[in-house]
Design a protein around this ligand. Structure first.
Ligand SMILES: Nc1nc2c(ncn2[C@@H]2O[C@H](COP(=O)(O)OP(=O)(O)OP(=O)(O)O)[C@@H](O)[C@H]2O)c(=O)[nH]1
Ligand SMILES: [Mg+2]
Length: 203
């Protein structure tokens, strides 16, 4: 949950990258960590990985600027996408202020994307939150693999599968090349800061 530290004049928000296994969540954070200047980022920490699979979570703290004299800090987390690690996903989701759902554009992953989004909605409900109230952005990742051996889902099909009822912002991306990664961060940051400010004002 977001918290304001008035002594330090800062607001901290938590954004979680969610989505199916091997969809590219960790790759998003790795790209941001590489691309950002050192005054905008802290240390990236990956807790428990096996090969390139996340078993617990990755963490990357960012300082994204000032609003009305307050420093805005966003802490990025990833969950493990593998189906069996649901308890860990629930733990990482606790106190979330914004979510990036990283969907895999490979056509063979169509069902996995849908399952993972359903799992997210379920886990959010269990936390007594409503997915419609939480800032959410869909990222359609791996668009650089267009024309490769495995066909990609079209953007329209992914919107149909994942966004027909949610109707949230969706962005094409390649976390590996970095295309769309900053757009994703910008979009979720804006929504999250607005959401957190409203909660603060409402208190
Ligand atoms: N070509 C291409 N490969 C990608 C892209 N994003 C991720 N990958 C590759 O896909 C594999 C899985 O990426 P990860 O970022 O580890 O996936 P993850 O969502 O963190 O997976 P889990 O930790 O198992 O949940 C890695 O080999 C990445 O290099 C992309 O945009 N394009
Ligand atoms: Mg990972």
């Amino acid at each position: 949950m977001a918290f304001i530290d008035l002594a330090r004049k800062e607001i901290n928000c938590k954004v979680v990258f969610y989505g199916p296994g091997r969809g590219g969540k960790t790759t998003n954070l790795i790209y941001l960590h590489k691309a950002l200047k050192s005054n905008a980022k802290g240390k990236m920490v990956s807790i428990d990985t096996k090969g390139d699979r996340t078993l617990f979570f990755d963490f990357l703290p960012l300082a994204i600027g000032k609003i009305r004299g307050l420093d805005i800090k966003i802490q990025l987390y990833t969950v493990p996408g593998q189906v069996m690690y649901n308890a860990t996903r629930k733990l990482v989701l606790k106190g979330v202020d914004g979510i990036v759902f990283v969907a895999d554009s490979l056509s063979v992953q169509k069902e996995k994307n849908i399952e993972s989004l359903e799992n997210l909605i379920e886990n959010i409900q269990e936390e007594n939150m409503d997915i419609k109230n939480i800032p959410l952005v869909l990222q359609y990742n791996k668009r650089d693999m267009d024309g490769g051996k495995i066909p990609l889902l079209s953007i329209e099909e992914m919107d149909q599968d994942l966004n027909s009822t949610l109707k949230v912002p969706s962005l094409p991306a390649s976390a590996l090349k970095g295309t769309g990664v900053f757009d994703t961060l910008k979009t979720i940051s804006k929504l999250t800061i607005r959401y957190v400010s409203q909660k603060v004002v409402g208190q």
